[in-house]
Design a protein around this ligand. Structure first.
Ligand code: PLP
Length: 396
């Protein structure tokens, strides 16, 4: 078997040497951060450091805002907390601000950890607006503007789509929400604005103040950290309740003893990625272009889906089943994906590509995602291209 080429960074990235080093060192600190003795103190000191580091890595210099970083067990959990936590506070409390008629607005191409929560809420009587996207995978901001009303508790739009790499106009949506609020007579904090920035952090500035978001989700393992580690940025004053109850950790927003070594390795990666972001984004863009041009030479009919993020290349191969292509590529030593990681084990057609091309039943079954990252080299791209060529030269 030749050396496999990993082109599935959007599913998960290899653990970075920095994350490994920091993690191993932190394993020596085993106390519970909630304990008062010196072992607990050592753990809480590390946790405080991690929180401060995360705050700075997302671009917030004021360390007194440390409560705005809430560590979670994954980005999936952070997204669930964002949506259910805001709704719980809005309608679950004794003062039901929405008279139980509550609405949320999300894009139709959200990751399942937002989309499925929204579907679940539909079944429970919440009005959910799934705002469509255009053929480039960009959300219809005018529709968002039209949909916001006094019942809207939350707007959630991802920053970078994980399947096609489209980059949503987060600042513009934030402005729409601010404008709407400024026209209301009461000083309501609603709608709260959440963005899932899991796929954005490696390539784009994710400063929540700059973006104008109240809530923002990040994940460690897409950046070289460990799986099972995420965070929710929560702007001070955002009405939100914890959805995992217990010991009241993470300012009552996420009970459960914090996994300090995993968390501190996550935040070290955040700092590192943010520091090298612009150089790395340029490098990845060049590799992405090389891959795209190379594939176009092999299959001139190939069509690019979406685009915008430096690390994601989604391509449609007309008349080829993505499932078959994936198997052939894997046999030849190229690891790619047909959709989001959660979907790729099942041959379900891509919901995201289906949303971009609602009148084309074939598009969701003919698309592949190649995603690159820190360890991808020009040589890897060259080897991948020669293997991709043998898939198509056999088939065409
Ligand atoms: N959001 C996006 C955009 C993702 O790509 C992913 C991972 O696939 C997630 C959320 C979920 O991340 P996690 O695996 O940390 O739960």
């Amino acid at each position: 078997m030749p050396r496999p080429i990993y082109l599935d960074y959007a599913a998960s990235a290899p653990i970075s040497p920095l994350a490994r080093r920091v993690f191993l060192k932190a394993l020596a600190v085993f106390g519970n951060p909630g304990s008062t003795h010196s072992f607990g103190q050592a753990a809480i000191t590390l946790l405080d450091q991690a929180r401060d580091e995360a705050l700075r890595a997302i671009g917030i210099k004021d360390s007194s805002r440390f409560r705005e970083v809430v560590f979670t067990g994954s980005a999936t959990e952070a997204n669930n907390l964002a949506i259910n936590g805001v709704l719980e506070k809005a309608v679950g409390s004794k003062i039901d601000r929405f008279n139980s008629k509550v609405k949320i607005i999300i894009s139709s191409i959200e990751h399942d950890s937002v989309y499925e929560v929204a579907q679940y809420l539909v079944e429970r009587g919440v009005e959910v607006v799934f705002v469509p996207v255009d053929v480039c995978g960009l959300v219809d901001t005018e529709r968002i503007e039209r949909e916001i009303d006094e019942h809207t508790a939350l707007v959630s739009v991802m920053y970078v789509n994980n399947e096609v790499g489209s980059v949503q106009p987060i600042q513009k949506i934030a402005q729409i929400i601010r404008d709407w609020k400024s026209k209301q007579s009461n000083a309501s904090p609603y709608p709260i604005f959440h963005t899932d920035a899991v796929q954005a952090f490696s390539g784009f500035d994710c400063n929540p103040d700059l973006l104008g978001v109240d809530l923002m989700t990040l994940s460690a393992h897409k950046l070289g950290g460990f799986k099972g580690s995420g965070l929710l940025y929560v702007k001070t004053g955002t009405p939100i309740s914890g959805i995992i109850l217990g010991g009241g950790q993470e300012f009552d927003l996420r009970s459960g003893t914090e996994a300090v070594p995993t968390i501190i390795s996550f935040t070290s990666v955040l700092t590192d990625v943010a520091k090298n972001r612009s150089r790395e984004a340029q490098r990845l863009n060049a590799l992405r272009t090389k891959l795209l041009r190379g594939i176009k030479k092999i299959v001139p009919a190939v069509i690019e889906n979406g685009g915008g993020a430096p690390h994601i290349l989604s391509l449609r191969f007309p008349h080829h089943s993505s499932g078959d292509l994936l198997i052939r590529l894997d046999q030849l030593g190229v690891a790619a994906s047909a959709g989001s990681a959660c979907q790729s084990r099942s041959p379900k057609p891509s919901r995201v590509i289906g949303s971009m091309f609602p009148n084309d039943a074939h598009a969701p079954r003919e698309s592949l995602r190649f995603s690159i990252g820190r360890e991808t080299t020009p040589k890897d791209v060259q080897i991948a291209l020669s293997r991709i060529k043998s898939v198509f030269c056999d088939k065409i």
